[in-house]
Design a protein around this ligand. Sequence first.
Ligand code: SDX
Length: 440
Amino acid sequence: MTETPAAQTPNHTVTLVDNASGRRYELPVLKGSTGPDVIDVRKLYQETGYFTFDPGYTSTGSCESAITYIDGDKGTLLYRGYPIEQLAEGSDFMEVCYLLLYGDLPTAEQKRKFEHDITYHTMLHEQMHKFIDGFRRDSHPMAVMVGLVGALSAFYHDSTDITNPRHRMIASYRMIAKMPTMAAWAYKYSLGQPFIYPRNDLRYSENFLYMMFATPCEPYKVNPVLAKAMDRILILHADHEQNASTSTVRLAGSSGANPFACIAAGIASLWGPAHGGANEAVLKMLEEIGDKSRVSEYVKRAKDKDDPFRLMGFGHRVYHNYDPRARIMRQSCHEVLEELGVRDEPLLDMAMELERIALEDEYFVSKKLYPNVDFYSGIIFRAMGIPVSLFTVLFAVARTVGWVAQWNEMIEDPTQKIGRPRQLYAGPTSRPFKQLAERV
Ligand code: SDX
């Protein structure tokens, strides 16, 4: 389904000198098609008896991948080599799904067939009602999504043989196709409204908004501007190298777990406020700030080491420049608010004031903290009538294609092994067991 990663050909070596023993080790350096070269440490422990140590993987490449590339210093993002700005402007989410899965943009016929195949997988098994009915109506929708996606493993025994490329394709299509239906179900369930079935005459993003906002009581027409905005937002969130949730999917998949269970694990990781949960956290932060006049007070708090408060939607492990997705999202904000006739959106005014102050402040400039993809997305979602609790669910709907593309690439990688990191042990060394009577 995806290109097999190119062979990793040693480019040159680096020498490691152990000053304790005086021994020297030559470690191969591998070169990708762009970006930093890597030191291949796969034989380091075997040759030196040392592990590397890199909690949070700030300097560690976990895999070879040909799907997405980020240049954090320039603030550029490529999906299979295509700049995100060009895809957001000229493509649509179904084309981007095809691109991420297969490595290139589809022809007209390939696109027609792909959209047909995805469309005809959007329905959920009727038994899935029984799973969602088990949740409280006020459950967080991300909890519902973790449960529903994990439950899919129990329904599709015909596509869980991960060694079978056809099974992997069917499971990938099912995941991409069914996420909007499950997300809409989670929303309708929280309202106590009936579920709306997908329609095969609607395109992906329009179908999603239809299932979210239609009712059986009257015809419902999706606003095409909002459908286009949703489609663009899905493109922006589709993939992003080896982020926490993608790395979770890869690690879960490396044991041979079925794809639905792996995606459920990815959803769980995305939920965190340091990751995909940040879009929800941004809205809560802006509502807590409450007024533009209080923005400086919160910027001051964000800089205070003794204050756990952080500016949500700011900063990034990789981007040390403006997240290109945030720039496109900010533009979309203005378009959606204009389309909806929202002249005065205090949250957007506050967000732009927050951005202006932060980008002029030495603390943020010195630490290269810029708005990230989550900073503006929530304002658009809220303007579209989507509840805050559903923001990260929308991120999961979009990121599913990235997760399945990366999962397929991992399984097709001939060098792939089960992920099993080591550690720096700091606990007690071996000591004799004490009987209960001896413990005082
Ligand atoms: C996403 O990985 C991806 O690609 C993720 C993502 C994707 O598409 O998958 O892009 C999606 O998750 C975007 C990020 C969303 N999260 C947030 O907006 C939450 C707020 N941001 C931070 O928590 C933080 O910036 C992270 C988690 C995003 C990145 O953290 P790092 O790389 O571990 O950086 P760090 O915590 O070590 O921070 C470096 C310094 C620290 O100060 P010092 O200890 O060096 O003095 O910058 C400070 C931090 O205190 N800092 C912030 C800050 N973010 C970092 N200070 C105030 N506000 C912030 N938001």
